[in-house]
Design a binder for this molecule. Structure first.
Ligand SMILES: NC(=O)c1ccc[n+]([C@@H]2O[C@H](COP(=O)([O-])OP(=O)(O)OC[C@H]3O[C@@H](n4cnc5c(N)ncnc54)[C@H](O)[C@@H]3O)[C@@H](O)[C@H]2O)c1
Ligand SMILES: O=P(O)(O)OC[C@H](O)CO
Length: 335
């Protein structure tokens, strides 16, 4: 979002990314820029260009049909959405769930964006399965910001609709950690489903997962607030992802196949080009746990990692007390 004040030109909005969620974000925003005078009507959506089976460029098809035929078929984005392979920005918000582990330690995606582009970066996370929001089913989301409350209020205006209720909290790390870590728990929930262990087991795994999410977030960022875990980005996202997300779906298939088909294979077979976050996040979180000597304090996170690299069977997800010896092995292996 290019910065503007009352006397300056209207803010221009670019959505960077045009997958399933990026496309829905563009749809939400485009419905608001046409009615809010502080924003330019046009919303640019940066597209990672690819050729469709028809031979046409995805960007051309989006601009011709007003539909992301690959990642959000059947939904009109709004005539003011323009697909574009170039990007520019001044005030940013990240909708990406994940983290990167560097030599100097873990780095959140909003921090990477902030450092790379030299801009302030808020985050938006929540119980947000994109296809449901595309169909305008009621849901909520949380904007996390650090200092700039005014920018956070603009994001709330820009994303919020009667069917998408957005609230802001001053806890950017807490909100982003929730969105990132829930994907590991979703993988665990998928294992439980794949093994048909039932609802009590799944609820237990979600509870244990939530406790590890809170503990890990606070150990990394002591400023993280307990109350953030009760926002949409916390417990609500955890529930929706463990019931209906892609991480759950692929982990379910992985367990049903007894680990004989890799996550990469299943992702390619089941998700039509879409990507999973949970397996990679489990690996990155495990690197942090290992590096800091925290492995034994996070049996669920480390067991999900051990299962997803094939070191333990899916059934180990309910043997968390036994995960320590397996994790010692993982620690000695090439990850
Ligand atoms: N889909 C959802 O329901 C949902 C909801 C909330 C948050 N999220 C988060 O949003 C983020 C994006 O997910 P999504 O569902 O929009 O994506 P997606 O999985 O639907 O699509 C993958 C996207 O990545 C692009 N891509 C592939 N290779 C690339 C490359 N080398 N360089 C650049 N781009 C490349 C593809 O073109 C496509 O746009 C993730 O962090 C996800 O956790 C997703
Ligand atoms: O499909 P998943 O597992 O990436 O979950 C989607 C969203 O993160 C739910 O909010």
């Amino acid at each position: 979002m290019s910065h503007s004040s009352f006397y300056e030109p209207r803010s221009k909005v670019t959505v960077v990314g045009s997958g399933n969620w990026g496309s829905v974000a563009a749809k939400l925003i485009a419905s608001n820029t046409v009615r809010l005078s502080s924003f330019d009507d046009e919303v640019r959506m940066w597209v990672f260009e690819e050729k469709l089976p028809s031979g046409e460029k995805l960007t051309d098809v989006i601009n011709r049909t007003n539909e992301n035929v690959k990642y959000l078929p059947g939904i009109k984005l709004g005539k003011n959405v323009v697909a574009d392979p170039d990007v520019e920005s001044a005030e940013g918000i990240s909708l990406v769930k994940g983290m990167e582990v560097k030599k100097e330690g873990p780095c959140m995606i909003s921090t990477l964006i902030s450092k790379t582009l030299g801009i302030n970066c808020s985050v938006l996370m929540g119980a947000n399965i994109a296809n449901e929001i595309a169909l305008e089913k009621f849901s909520e989301a949380t904007v996390g910001y650090s200092k700039n409350k005014e920018a956070a209020e603009k994001w709330v205006q820009l994303f919020g609709t009667p069917y998408f209720i957005v609230s802001a909290v001053q806890d950017v790390e807490g909100v982003e950690m929730c969105g990132t870590l829930k994907n590991i728990v979703a993988i665990a929930a998928g294992f439980v489903d794949g093994m048909e262990m039932g609802n009590n087991t799944k609820a237990a795994i979600m509870r244990i997962g939530l406790k590890e999410m809170i503990k890990f977030s606070k150990m990394l960022f002591p400023s993280v607030k307990d109350s953030t875990f009760f926002e949409s980005c916390g417990v609500a996202d955890l529930i929706t992802t463990c019931l209906g997300g892609r991480n759950r779906k692929v982990a379910d298939a992985y367990a049903k196949n007894q680990g004989k088909r890799s996550f990469d294979q299943l992702e390619a077979e089941l998700l039509n080009g879409q990507k999973l976050q949970g397996v990679l996040t489990a690996k990155e979180v495990y690197e942090v746990l290992s590096d800091r000597g925290w492995v034994e304090q996070f049996p669920l996170f480390s067991t999900v990692h051990a299962i997803s690299i094939g070191r333990l069977p899916p059934s180990a997800i309910v043997e968390l007390g036994d995960s320590r010896s397996a994790n010692k092995q993982v620690g000695n292996s090439t990850l």
